[in-house]
Write a protein of this length. Structure first.
Length: 148
């Protein structure tokens, strides 16, 4: 299994990297050679972008018998500002939940005027799509609603 963080930065179990190709309309990810089973791209949240970080960071993958849980850090490396993505063992996106520190961090960034909306009206309460790549399906969007 292979996980990609946002903005085309790949983390793989064998240490190889994906590539991003610049196109006229932006950039497109190129599927890697060499037998990857699945790539997942986790979009950065507004909290991640407001903190000025270049990307979010996948910090945990817990594979159980009935589900796979991926934890993505949205703050600096010492923070516990996370989103948790819950997948079935077939990689259907079941739900997305913010960690306990996410909304308080959002409110702090509001007070600092780094965000122009409240936590209650945040568009991120509906989880953005996770991009998934597999050899069978190519690139597809996985959607669910956020559990806020």
């Amino acid at each position: 299994m292979v996980i990609i963080t946002s903005r085309g930065i790949a983390i793989t179990i064998d240490g190889t990297n994906s590539q991003t190709e610049k196109t006229a309309t932006g950039s497109a990810m190129i599927a890697p050679a060499g037998g990857a089973l699945r790539y997942l791209v986790f979009p950065p949240t507004d909290v991640n972008m407001a903190t000025g970080l270049p990307y979010n960071e996948t910090v945990g993958v817990d594979a159980g018998e009935r589900q796979i849980r991926v934890t993505v850090r949205e703050g600096d490396r010492w923070s516990d500002i996370v989103w948790v993505y819950h997948f079935s063992t077939d990689f259907d996106l079941l739900r997305v939940t913010p960690g306990d520190s996410y909304w308080p961090a959002h409110r702090l960034l509001e007070l600092e005027r780094k965000l122009d909306h409240t936590a209650e009206s945040c568009p991120g309460r509906v989880a953005p799509p996770v991009m998934s790549w597999s050899t069978e399906e190519g690139w597809t969007e996985l959607r669910t609603t956020a559990d806020s």
